[in-house]
Design a protein around this ligand. Structure first.
Ligand SMILES: Nc1ncnc2c1ncn2[C@@H]1O[C@H](COP(=O)(O)OP(=O)(O)OP(=O)(O)O)[C@@H](O)[C@H]1O
Ligand SMILES: [Mg+2]
Length: 316
């Protein structure tokens, strides 16, 4: 891999000074220092993480649209033959590293900034259609995945004892059709994918799972990441997040009714990922799978408070 990186940069007349691996849960993400600056080379992984060239192209076109709207996103480098990097079976993108870093401990003012940039993203991508196929990560996908994995989850004593697979399926089965406005979703707009420099957002990274769907699902996933203190929803953070969002995009009344459900969906969807990781040997993830289910279930009682906050943040 290092030789490949050196020869790629040699074609750009840049000499590689350092190559370091960034933390990733299954892709290859390299930070490359050269005589001209710092870059990130992100290549897809295997199986579920594999992305074909068309999917990467869809992501590149989206990044260009967001960049044109003034949102700080990675800017794919033009290389010989296009913007896609292919190494063996892995496809990916090279871009200059964005400044800043993800926050260890966001406080409410950061929730406001995050909400605002998400609103801006949703607003900037109105009418955007992926011209290349993308995987979808919505309710149908999560339900299929939960059903497919149920027997494997049930083979695990802990997950079985706490009825984790059945509870995930019950949650997903109780979801309404999210027939609210659709658009482009980041899908994983959590704390680790938003970079800050001096309290200003300097980058929104990892558009790997972006897809077209109900925007409210993106808001729900984002709130999961930004507005919980441990397992408890912070109404102050949620209020700040929604106020930031409303500055850029006004939620519709139909969306406010679905927000709590979208948050439940976000936790149910995460519970599947944690349970999967746990049966793949990451045993510490079992507890997180159970906690995610419990949080999702408890959120049922928060429906009225969440609606009221949406209304006071300006949902029409
Ligand atoms: N454009 C960028 N600018 C600066 N740093 C970046 C950029 N892209 C990625 N990184 C760094 O690389 C890390 C991993 O990136 P990314 O989230 O895209 O990969 P991933 O495979 O999805 O990892 P994970 O599964 O942990 O989310 C980020 O947390 C960040 O530290
Ligand atoms: Mg990531």
């Amino acid at each position: 891999m290092d030789d490949f990186v050196r020869s790629m940069f040699a074609q750009r007349h840049e000499q590689v000074l350092s190559i370091a691996r960034e933390r990733s849960s299954g892709n290859t993400v390299l930070r490359v220092g050269t005589t001209k600056g710092e870059y990130i080379l992100r290549l897809c992984g295997e199986a579920l993480r594999h992305r074909d060239r068309e999917e990467i192209l869809g992501e590149i076109l989206l990044l260009q649209r967001l960049d044109a709207a003034g949102i700080p996103v990675p800017r794919p480098c033009a290389l010989d033959g296009g913007h896609i990097v292919t190494v063996g079976r892995s496809n990916g993108i090279l871009y200059p590293a964005l400044p800043g870093s993800a926050l260890a401990r966001p406080v409410p003012k950061h929730c406001f900034a995050a909400g605002q940039v998400l609103g801006k993203i949703h607003q900037a991508t109105a009418g955007f259609c992926f011209s290349y196929p993308r995987k979808s990560w919505g309710l149908a996908h999560a339900t299929d995945k939960a059903k497919e994995l149920e027997p494997y989850f049930l083979a695990d004593d802990f997950l079985k004892r706490h009825a984790v697979p059945q509870r995930i399926l019950a949650l997903l089965g109780s979801m309404p059709e999210f027939s609210t406005p659709s658009g482009v979703l980041h899908e994983d707009f959590g704390v680790r994918h938003v970079l800050f420099k001096d309290d200003i957002i300097s980058g929104v990274i990892d558009w790997d799972r972006s897809y077209e769907g109900a925007l409210i699902l993106d808001i729900g996933q984002a709130i999961r990441g930004w507005c919980f203190e441990g397992s408890v929803l912070s109404l102050e953070r949620l209020q700040r997040f929604l106020a930031g969002y409303a500055l850029e995009r006004r939620m519709q009344l139909s969306e406010k009714d679905f927000l709590c459900r979208a948050m439940q969906f976000a936790f149910a969807e995460r519970a599947i990922s944690f349970a999967l990781l746990s049966i793949q040997g990451y045993l510490d993830q079992k507890q997180r799978a159970l906690e995610s289910v419990e949080i999702a279930e408890r959120l049922t009682d928060m429906q009225t408070q969440v609606i009221n906050l949406c209304v006071s943040a300006g949902a029409r």
